[in-house]
Design a binder for this molecule. Structure first.
Ligand code: ZN
Ligand code: ZN
Length: 142
């Protein structure tokens, strides 16, 4: 699935980005993460995208969710999601992990911080690492 390391790290980045956004939306709107799902659009030709959508028959305040969908709100959500991503109840163990979750495929990501309900994740909660986003040395948003 991952022919090169650049693609793998891009995939992990986009995937973790998607998870922290869904978690933040749940926190902000009260819309349960179990009713949200992700679709990742990543390829080796520089495509990086995330679709977060509600599942059929989902409950919650749909209006509250829709009102978040504009560029100004989005920046606030992202900033707040990144701040929250720095704080896992299992840190520093989680942050310094050398492999956790199914098959040890996650690094800095666990149920306390970045994992989603099974139905929300298209990758079985694998290939996740908060450090790619927030690490002080190499994180994209450091
Ligand atoms: Zn964690
Ligand atoms: Zn996922």
């Amino acid at each position: 699935m991952f022919a090169n390391i650049e693609y793998l790290s891009t995939f992990i980045f986009i995937h973790t980005f998607s998870h922290i956004l869904i978690k933040e939306l749940e926190f902000l709107t009260g819309y349960p993460a179990t009713s949200l799902s992700e679709r990742l659009y990543v390829n080796e030709e520089n495509m990086q995208g995330v679709l977060i959508y509600t599942m059929a028959g989902a409950e919650g305040s749909f209006g509250g969710l829709v009102s978040q969908a504009n560029s100004e709100r989005f920046l606030k959500i992202l900033n707040s999601a990144l701040a929250r991503a720095k704080d896992c109840a299992s840190d520093p163990i989680c942050y310094n992990s050398e492999g956790q979750g199914i098959g040890g495929l996650n690094l800095a990501c666990c149920y306390s911080c970045g994992l989603l309900p099974e139905t929300s994740c298209e990758e079985f909660n694998s290939y996740l690492d908060r450090a790619l986003l927030i690490d002080n040395e190499f994180g994209f948003y450091s």
